[in-house]
Design a protein around this ligand. Sequence first.
Ligand SMILES: [Zn+2]
Ligand SMILES: [Zn+2]
Ligand SMILES: [Zn+2]
Ligand SMILES: [Zn+2]
Length: 402
Amino acid sequence: MASAPQNPTTAAAAGDALRVADLPGRGRGLVSARSVREGEVLFSEPALLLYPSTLASLRAYCAACFRALPAAAAVPCASCRAAAFCSPACAAAAHPRVLCAALSHGGGAGLAAAAPTEAVQEPLLFLLAAYSLPDPALRAVLSLSSAPPPPPGAQDAAGLHAAVAALAPPHLLPAGFSPDLTAALLAKDRGNSFAIMEPYRPGMSLELLKARAYAVYPRASLFNHDCLPNACHFDYPDRPGTGNTDIVVRALHDISEGREVCISYFAANWRYADRQRRLLEDYGFRCECDRCQVESRWKDDDDDNNGDDGDDAMEEEEDGGDGGDDGMEEEGDANADGDDDFPHAYFFVRYLCDSEGCWGMLAPLPPSPNGELSHVFECNLCGKLRKEEDAMPDEGGSGMVH
Ligand SMILES: [Zn+2]
Ligand SMILES: [Zn+2]
Ligand SMILES: [Zn+2]
Ligand SMILES: [Zn+2]
C-alpha cells in the first residue's frame, strides 16, 4: 500500500495553473492557463473565513486551527472560557472576536439558547465569524457570488440578525451592520462555504463523518460545478504544521490548456433530479453538463416507467446534504430502466471511491518532482489510497456502476 503524501502541496507549480475567465453563459470560472497533468495540485489556498460547524464542534476542536483538542492539554479561551485551543500558539492567535464575545454572553448559554438546533447554529456561527472580520476581508466575502434567496421558511435571516444583535456588543460590530448586510452575508455563506470534514477513521460510523468546520476560500469559490468534474478538493485538517485548514485542489486527469476546470459541489453519485434541485435552490442554475444531458433522458424514462421515482428523490433531498447518504444514486440505478447507454461508467469506476457508503472523489496523488505520475488515487473524503490497477477489477467484483 502506498503511503499518504507527506506534504500534498509541495509538488504544486503554485498559482500558475489556472486563470479567471468570463465564460459565455456561465459567468466567471477558472480555466487552465497551461496543460495540467493528472494529480497536479492546481492551487492551495488559506481560508478567508473559518468557523465551527456547530456548538458541539466548538467544544471538540481548537477554535483557531480546528485540530482535535488534546483531552488533557486544551487551553481555554481566556476571554469567553467557552472555546478552547490546542496549544499556547493557537491561544495567542485567538478566535473571531465577535464570536468570542457572543460566547461570553451568559457563559455561552446565550448562544446556545439562540441556536438550539444545528441548522441554526451553522449560519449563526458563520455570521459571528464574518462580523469579526476586518473590513477588507469582510468586503472580500461580500464580493463573492451570492446564492439565490432560500425557499420560503428555509432560513430566518431576520431572526439570525436579531440573534447577532442580541449577542454581540455593538462596538465590535462593523458600521454597516444591518438586516440587509446580514442577509447578504448569509447568501455568500450558502453559495461559497466549503466543509472541512472530520477525517474518516476505519470503523467510524458514517454519521460521524460530518463537517467539523466550514471555510470560505475566495479563489476556490470561483470553481463552477460539473457533474463530471475534472478536479476535486482535499482538506487535511489534522496534518502537522501551518496551513492545515488550507484547501488543496488537484486535477483528476490531464487537462489541456484553456479548458474550464470544475469541481462537483456534492457527491458525484447523486441522481439527476437531486443534482438539479440542489443546483437550482442553492446556486440558481440548471446544469447542462454532458452527464446531465444524457441523464435528463433517463429521467423521462423513469417518469414513464415508474411515477414514484421522482417523489422518492424529492423526499430524500429534503434532509440531504449533511454528509449522509440521502438522495444518493445507488449503484445500478443508472441502468435500472434498461438503458444500455451509460457513457460515463469509466468516470465512476475510476474516480468514485468504492469504500462502503463513502462516495468521495478519487484523485491521483501529485506527480513526483521529476514529473513521474503517481498512479495511486486518494479519496478526498475517507482518505483511502487505491492503486490505479485496482480500479478495474474483474467483472462483477467492483460494486460500481458497470
Ligand atoms: Zn490549534
Ligand atoms: Zn473566546
Ligand atoms: Zn450536470
Ligand atoms: Zn472514500
